[in-house]
Design a protein. Sequence first.
Length: 209
Amino acid sequence: MASTSGSLSPSRTLRAKQQDTTTFGYESPPDMPALTRDVFKWVQGLDLSHSLKNVRRDTQNGFIVAEVFSRYFPTDIQMHSFDNGVSTNCKKDNWGQLVRFAERRGVSLPADLVVGTRQGVHGAAVALLEHLYEVFTGKKIKRVSAAAIAAEASGAAGLGGSRGDAGGDGSLIASSLKAGVAVEFGDAVTRGVEDAAVLRQRLAAGGGK
């Protein structure tokens, strides 16, 4: 039966669910992992100079990440040394300062997450903020294992994608399993950055660096 003008078809309903990713004013674009509520509330509580609207875009130049560090190292991180610009040199300088500082102070700042965040790689910025949340708060984020995600995605595929109202979950999970890409940081070429689920599993296992 054709849908009435006042209702949404199943496909349009699914798209609406996929696009409803706003949490306390923070918006995660479709097909991008979203911050957990705990991590977002933690970032919000740091009273940063700029609100976090799009985690991939807003963290790319390293300025907001530098502000996060400055809240825990107020006498060591001087924000006038960082530029909230968008040029390649600006990003390289900001992240370079953060990497050197983290090395001096023994703060875990995984190189693949730094590179991925700077390059805008799928899921890297979310994984980086989750990692810093755990480092600075000492709290652990409850994570779903990659095996569980793969099992659910496989189950959805086995049902031919017809799962009624639950179909949205399977589609969202499948859309988050994108292949990593090779990235560069300065003159060094790193290994491909894993997807968010794999990054989170590695961090949960204690393989931060």
